[in-house]
Design a protein around this ligand. Sequence first.
Ligand code: ADP
Length: 285
Amino acid sequence: MIKVEHIVKTYRKNTVLHHVSLSIDGIYGLLGSNGAGKTTLMKILCGLTSASGGDILIDGQSKMRRKYADTSEIIGFLPQDFNLYPSLPVHEVLSHLALLQGIIDKKKRYEAVQRSLERVNLTESAHLKMEELSGGMRRRVGIAQLLLREPKILVFDEPTAGLDIEERIRFRNLLRELGHDHTIIISSHIVEDIEFLCTKIGMLSNGRVLFEGSPDELKSRAEGMLAESTVQISELNDWVKEYDVVNIEETLDGVKVRYVDEKNGDHAIVPKLSDGYLAVMRSLG
Ligand code: ADP
């Protein structure tokens, strides 16, 4: 369990995190639009940048007092773009990174590489060069290098950005599997990315926490606020101008439009996660 307590981050005079407090466990989705402060918070969590105030407790112990401590045994961080040593084969890249991570003993290093490769399903591709891999496979190498030192917490910054649908599904399954024995934090600005995966969600906007709770709780924020109508394509532009349209779906009779109607919402409509997200975002305005 990770407790984020009143974290403040200021760059010069610009405060980008305002007393952010979160309770992180399971597979945790950190949602928010670009610039919300997700990456900054993740970097503070992993000790890659310092906070201006507040504390982080991991299993009840403060991490902030152990400034500059190497956290890679506890937390592994996968940045948005993992693409190192393009001309080297995967197993050599991992072995090299294991050495950099302090696994000096040759046998232990070999075992750590094999174990990590297996965990991300890349044993068969270990001889391929990094530049020969697809985006999804490269990201799996990124995860493999996180696993070398067997940390209990894994942090992924926008892990599915740039992946095609098939890779996205495979990646999601891998994260779900890793979730059995790791605490996982995933940031995203795309709600669909974390749907069906996360057990808990935190929402940030302009460096402030807007929501924290289960996916069902987030969905329920949109209950009674949605309405649906079927309109003709020629009317669609007017609808989009007039209403806050959250979804459109082509049907045989025209276009089914789902829109926000706080006063006359239809309680029979079951909200999706993205509806809850929008409802919380709207509550700002
Ligand atoms: P997100 O990951 O949600 O897109 P970030 O954490 O990257 O958000 O950024 C939050 C805010 O902090 C943005 O306004 C960004 O411009 C600012 N920021 C991030 N890194 C720095 C930095 N090194 N120096 C100054 N401002 C920064």
